[in-house]
Design a protein around this ligand. Structure first.
Ligand SMILES: [Zn+2]
Length: 138
């Protein structure tokens, strides 16, 4: 089944929201939330599943599948920044949890995670502001 440009954009947006929800949990002390690990895992599975839907659709890679004149360049650029920022949060979070699991000192990793998270929120806000202002779908 082929996804339309708008469906792809909606999936990409949902993916951002799920990642953002997963990232916002990094501010929560896991000991205070029952089944915290399952919640995180569930969000990560949902994210993977949406990523899978987008990936299947984009094979074989056709860079010009969407005519460039219909694409918002600023949105594409912000979306790329957001993907990088989200990945940084993910990697920082992983490093933090790995260290915590091994009972190592986590203070630097925690600080790095907070920095990555603030950066991610900044880019996410810029992305949402742009989409709200411009109303672009792809
Ligand atoms: Zn736009």
């Amino acid at each position: 089944m082929k996804l339309t440009g708008e469906e792809r954009a909606r999936i990409a947006d949902s993916k951002h929201k799920i990642q953002s929800a997963a990232n916002s949990l990094t501010h929560v002390d896991p000991r205070k939330v029952p089944h915290f690990d399952e919640i995180e895992e569930c969000l990560e599975n949902a994210d993977e599943s949406l990523k899978g839907a987008l990936r299947t659709e984009s094979e074989p890679e056709k860079p010009n599948a969407i005519p460039t004149e219909n694409r918002c360049k600023e949105r594409a650029s912000l979306s790329r920044d957001l993907a990088v920022a989200i990945k940084n949060v993910y990697l920082s979070k992983k490093a933090y949890y790995d260290a915590r699991f091994k009972k190592q000192d986590t203070s630097d990793l925690w600080a790095a995670l907070q920095t990555a998270r603030v950066a991610e929120l900044t880019v996410e806000r810029a992305f949402n502001d742009h989409v709200n202002r411009h109303g672009c779908k792809i």
